[in-house]
Ligand binder design. Structure first.
Ligand SMILES: [Zn+2]
Length: 368
């Protein structure tokens, strides 16, 4: 049931719709409450939402990791085959974090009055910027456009580092896993050859090349074949209900990963299980090893991959509150704008309370 316009949308109504009436109460109880600043909010609460994912490539992927020269990273498994993998930095910082940031900017641009009134936030310029050397940075754009703001839900969920001088770094409360392919790389990694094109003339005649190789030069990419499912898990620590839902929406609405995103890298993320626990459990690598032992590295469907992840997550059912819902990703993608807006506003309040609490802890921690 989607709330019609005019009806008030609350974080609670969104959560009830996402998790169902039966589980809503327990999950709500489990989530961290952060109503007003208190230095105790800075202490770890030992609440871990283990979010089990299946990444489904809807186009071929180029996942080139730092310090690797090949286009596809593969990892060995106990089944004796190598499978492609996506390291967490590519998905978490490179894609999910960007997605959340885009949602926050979109919200702020439509709700600047609400932001001012409800949050006291007058401008919002949080952005991902590459780290620069100090000299380079000083010659750069004004301070207020420089990187992470350190005060928004994105910064308080994914963490940020202060460049130098005063202040403190905030660690990410989203902790990643490796996303491991469930199919033998011999069957899931393809090589594709492209014509090398001269940048200036846009022809395959390349004047800079040696005389014998001026035309018809080719280059090759190794890519992950479309439909190759990956299994993984993210651990979200000490989240409020709004932070939980904002992060889940950001994961579900992440649609690209890896290199050359204009042509490749389209994905769909399935979230078939979430375990609300007091500690972290499970890993994508374990799911992959189990699946490979069973299927021998043959091509498996996304449905089979989702079933593997669900079966695996169910083993941890006694470790907390387990939500198994193969439609959860689709539900998150189908939330209305009003519903997402309600979640963002509350998550922003929660982020500001945490920020104030951290400041009380860091700067006034010794005053009793
Ligand atoms: Zn920020």
């Amino acid at each position: 049931m989607t709330p019609s316009s005019g009806q008030a949308v609350s974080v609670e109504s969104v959560a009830r719709r996402l998790f169902g009436e039966e589980l809503y109460g327990m999950i709500s109880e489990w989530c961290v409450k952060r109503e007003s600043p208190d230095k105790r909010h800075a202490l770890p609460k030992g609440r871990v939402a283990n979010v089990f994912l299946v990444v489904e490539p809807l186009s071929r992927l180029i996942i080139r990791h730092e310090q690797e020269t090949t286009d596809v990273t593969t990892v060995p498994t106990y089944a004796g085959v190598d499978v492609p993998a996506i390291l967490n930095t590519k998905l978490q910082s490179g894609a999910v974090r960007r997605q959340m940031l885009a949602m926050l900017h979109n919200w702020f641009s439509r709700n600047s009055e609400v932001a001012k009134r409800e949050l006291g936030v007058e401008s919002y310029t949080c952005s991902m910027r590459p780290y620069l050397k100090r000299q380079e940075r000083q010659a750069q754009v004004p301070e207020e456009f420089e990187g992470y703001c350190g005060e928004c839900p994105n910064c308080l969920m994914f963490g940020y580092a202060v460049m130098e001088g005063g202040g403190y770094n905030v660690k990410s409360r989203v902790e990643g896993d490796m996303y491991v392919g469930l199919v033998d790389s011999a069957l899931s990694v393809v090589s594709t050859t492209f014509n090398a094109v001269d940048d200036i003339t846009k022809t395959t005649f390349r004047p800079e090349a040696p005389e014998t190789a001026r035309t018809g030069a080719l280059y090759e990419y190794r890519m992950i074949e479309v439909g190759t499912p990956f299994a993984g898990k993210l651990a979200l620590r000490d989240v409020t209900m709004a932070e939980l839902m904002l992060t889940l929406v950001s994961i579900a609405r992440t649609t690209r990963v890896g290199g050359r995103k204009t042509h490749f890298g389209e994905i769909k993320i399935h979230i078939p299980a979430v375990l609300f626990s007091s500690y972290e459990v499970g890993s994508g690598y374990e799911v992959a090893n189990r699946a490979l032992a069973k299927h021998g590295g043959r091509r498996v469907t996304v449905e089979e991959a989702v079933n593997e992840v669900v079966e695996y997550a169910e083993r941890f059912g006694s470790h907390g509150i387990l939500v198994v819902d193969r439609e959860l990703g689709d539900k998150l993608r189908s939330l209305s704008e009003a519903e997402v807006d309600a979640v963002i506003l509350q998550a922003w309040r929660d982020a500001l309370v945490l920020k104030r609490s951290l400041e009380m802890f860091v700067y006034k921690g010794r005053e009793g």
